[in-house]
Design a protein around this ligand. Structure first.
Ligand code: IPD
Ligand code: CA
Length: 288
């Protein structure tokens, strides 16, 4: 079931269908670049943490996407993971802003583990209106325009509406790249509480891509996903897709999600999402 149409005021000059079409087109082109490099052995560098990896394909893919939008929509703004890593400000204004993760799942990409995605979102007046997530290895294109439902390879996707208890739920979560002792203790303690009695979640998975984690909840392959330490580019597109598939996305204490707050809790139903928020404890991170 699609989410209620947004109440945001979208200027008539904003053609969401055109923006969506261009996002899908460039996601496919970027997908070719990622797929061509996928089966090769790759060299990589590390970023902020020893397990936060980047390859030259991450940077090339971001440049390809950036140049595409700059040419098509020169007045739009841009937040991209690799540009921010190289010092660009992560600034979300009211101006139409493309929020990009060129390769979500870089460790998977290096390992040739086929859960990698190009993630592209558009925010206008700080409201997310378009989400496109493409896995070029499995050739799955997830996408959504606000108020118009979500699709996977053009077929409509919806969350199952009968999963409200943790003991019915397949959960997804991730450790993240920051292996600080105290932080990891909190990550494991949250997980322990969810999988042990009385909550007894059915199982736990980690796909290694926040964007795909959200798509998998959106299409019912899993029922919930939460993570602390993610960035806006990891979740922006997934938020639109999951909400449009009828799912729920919240901040860690059940409040409206702030995409700069480095956390996400989402589920196939609002009831399940709030139950998870009630069990886990927020792990604080510096804002984007
Ligand atoms: C990472 C992936 C991973 C998540 C990390 C993200 P990257 O993104 O989404 O699943 O656990 O928090 O940073 O670095 O592969 O783009
Ligand atoms: Ca990335």
């Amino acid at each position: 079931m699609a989410a209620e149409p947004k109440k945001i005021k979208l200027d008539e000059k904003h053609d969401l269908k055109l923006y969506h079409e261009e996002a899908v087109n460039i996601a496919r082109k970027a997908g070719n670049l990622v797929r061509n490099a996928f089966y090769e052995d790759k060299s990589f560098e590390t970023k902020e943490h020893k397990t936060d990896l980047v390859t030259k394909t991450d940077q090339e893919t971001e440049t390809l996407i950036f140049n595409h939008f700059k040419e098509k929509f020169p007045s739009h703004s841009f937040i991209g993971e690799e540009s921010v890593a190289y010092g660009q400000k992560c600034d979300l204004t009211d101006n139409p802003t493309w929020i990009i993760d060129p390769i979500d799942g870089t460790t998977n990409f290096i390992q040739k583990f086929p859960f990698v995605a190009i993630s592209i979102a558009l925010a206008i007046n700080k409201e997310l209106v378009i989400g496109v997530i493409y896995n070029p290895i499995l050739d799955e294109m997830f996408s959504a325009i606000t108020g118009q439902g979500a699709t996977c390879n053009d077929a409509s996707i919806n969350v199952p509406n009968d999963v409200t208890e943790l003991n019915q739920a397949l959960l997804i979560t991730e450790t993240g790249a920051d292996r600080n002792e105290q932080r990891i203790s909190s990550v494991l303690e949250n997980l322990r509480k969810l999988i042990m009695e009385p909550h007894l979640a059915r199982g736990v998975r980690a796909l290694g891509s926040a964007a795909l984690n959200m798509c998998y909840v959106a299409c019912g392959r899993a029922n919930a996903y939460y993570e602390f330490g993610i960035h806006c580019w990891d979740v922006a597109a997934g938020i639109v897709i999951l909400k449009e598939a009828g799912g729920s996305v919240l901040g860690a204490t059940g409040e409206e999600l702030d995409i700069m707050a480095r956390e996400v809790v989402c589920a196939s139903s609002d009831v399940l999402c709030k139950k998870i928020c009630n069990v886990i404890t927020r792990i604080p991170h510096d804002r984007d």
